[in-house]
Write a protein that binds this ligand. Structure first.
Ligand code: APR
Length: 233
């Protein structure tokens, strides 16, 4: 089989689990600790902004206590060494792909290290708390919110992602439950484009039946193994 020219990789919370960041839907995960409606919807933010700002301030501060793992580093190695196109799309809002050495990362659900001004729409790099209502660096309005895509909101970069899926030869999904659209629908788009679809996950996801191949296990083991295979092609 000829080596794939265009690879699209989708990652989810599972790739950062071994770095110590809770996933969302596992036992004791984030959505067992917090009500989605309260902390991950525009309505929840309107109802109780302090609760929401505090939740994301806590998650942003916690990034200082975690580090990228072998899976993050392996994907950076692939991006650097591979002769074809490698597009890395993540649902994660942490910065572990970048700290693991990845060059280009499309954060379709936003980032903890970014703030969005609800007055002027500017997105600013951000690494401090938001609960004190600091001024927007551009318009000075005290109207910053976490630059995270909440339920009911449109994810970022969808045009670029669909363009890449239309021409991809290999689609790889890592550490995601396949519970949330539009990301959960990428495998169907890739299949329709004739791509080979591979899933690397701790357990079967909701979309496992749509993949040509599923490998079960921890990302820190499966991802470096898979990257070695591709680079040996
Ligand atoms: N290695 C590989 N996979 C793992 C590991 C691991 N060490 N640990 C957990 N997983 C897998 C789980 O089996 C599960 O299928 O990662 C997946 C995590 O699923 P979720 O918690 O649902 O996270 P994710 O799929 O990223 O959620 C999607 O939902 O809540 C929203 O916006 C949020 O981006 C998020 C989206």
């Amino acid at each position: 089989m000829a080596p794939p020219r265009n690879i699209v990789i989708l990652t989810g919370a599972g790739i950062s689990a071994e770095s110590g960041i809770d996933t969302f839907r596992s036992a004791g995960g984030l959505w067992e600790q917090h009500r989605v409606e309260d902390v991950a919807t525009p309505e929840g933010f309107a109802r109780d902004p302090d609760l929401v700002l505090g939740f994301y301030d806590m998650r942003r501060a916690a990034l200082a206590d975690v580090a990228p793992n072998a899976a993050h580093r392996a994907l950076a190695r692939l991006q650097a060494a591979y002769s074809g196109e490698v597009l890395l799309v993540t649902q994660n809002v942490d910065d572990l792909h970048e700290r693991g050495g990845a060059g280009q990362v499309l954060h379709m659900h936003g980032e903890l290290k970014s703030a969005l001004c609800t007055a002027c729409g500017t997105r600013s790099r951000w690494d401090r708390a938001l609960i004190e209502r600091p001024p927007c660096p551009v318009c000075a309005a005290p109207m910053l919110r976490p630059d995270v895509v909440w339920f009911g909101e449109m994810p970022y970069e969808m045009g670029r992602i669909y363009q890449a899926l239309e021409v991809c030869d290999l689609f790889v999904s890592i550490g995601t439950s396949g519970a949330v659209y539009p990301a959960a629908g990428f495998v169907q788009e890739a299949r329709a484009a004739g791509a080979h679809c591979l899933e690397l996950n701790l357990e079967p996801s909701e979309g496992s039946h749509l993949f040509h191949e599923t490998r079960l296990g921890p990302a820190s083991v499966l991802v470096p193994e898979w990257v070695d295979e591709v680079l040996a092609c």
